[in-house]
Design a protein around this ligand. Structure first.
Ligand code: ZN
Length: 244
């Protein structure tokens, strides 16, 4: 199972909502691309499903982890020019499922922010790479977000309590997936790599052990080369689908 070929990117996007499972997911996969959208004048908001209390490599007391990681994500967002960062409550880190509660909460966020484009993690597992992008929480958020884009956010009869809260139906026109199999839409982020590295370093509890600069240059250089970009370029890669 894989994605179809990416659609041409919409030219008239004003708002983007990025939906990810954990603090740091958006920055590992997409911070350079998001910095570019912000530079273009697009308004970007983040919806983070958990505060990542099951992650981390250091001996930070577990009860401090959610507060620490929320602050890290807000700092990383500020580096790329994103100032609206919302966190969901009640969804357990490590045990996310694409059930009705998560679909409703993401649909509510879509109706509230009214994005033209939604960016999320791939709901398709990469069988050749069972860690990282294929974390079950990433797959669950990708699936729940896909269901929230269609049909939940646009169907007035889905989750009628949202309409009662004043959240009118909304049609997202474009969906970007990060971390999936065979992504075919590469974004050259060479000019913005410093902001990507700074955003990743803001997640100190997750990246203090990592040589972030080498990691970024190795992976994003490989992605750029695979996409046929000239030597020395750096890229992030996605699958882009139309959802009108
Ligand atoms: Zn994650």
């Amino acid at each position: 199972m894989s994605f179809p070929a990416s659609a041409p990117v919409l030219p008239d996007v004003r708002r983007v909502l990025a939906v990810f499972a954990h603090p740091d997911d958006v920055d590992f996969g997409c911070a350079g691309t998001i910095a570019g959208w912000v530079d273009e004048g697009i308004e970007v908001a983040y919806l983070i499903v958990t505060r990542g209390n099951s992650g981390g490599f250091d001996d930070t007391p577990r009860e401090e982890m959610p507060v620490l990681r929320e602050a890290e994500q807000r700092a990383a967002a500020a580096v790329v020019g994103v100032h609206r960062v919302d966190f969901l409550d009640g969804h357990p880190d490590g045990l996310l499922t694409a059930g009705p509660e998560l679909r409703r909460d993401i649909a509510a966020a879509i109706r509230r922010f009214r994005p033209d484009r939604v960016l999320t993690s791939s709901p398709l597992r990469r069988w050749e790479h069972l860690t990282g992008p294929s974390h079950p929480d990433h797959l669950a958020v990708g699936e729940a977000t896909t269901c929230a884009v269609y049909p939940d956010a646009r169907n007035r009869f889905a989750f009628p309590e949202l309409l009662a809260e004043g959240l009118a139906p909304w049609v997202v026109r474009e969906l970007w997936y990060a971390g999936g199999p065979a992504p075919d839409h590469a974004v050259d982020i060479t000019a913005r790599v410093d902001r990507k590295i700074a955003a990743m370093r803001a997640h100190r509890s997750q990246t203090a052990h990592l040589d972030v600069e080498s990691w970024v240059h190795d992976l994003l250089g490989r992605i750029a080369a695979d996409a046929g970009l000239p030597a020395g370029r750096l890229a992030e890669a996605f699958t882009v689908l139309r959802t009108e």
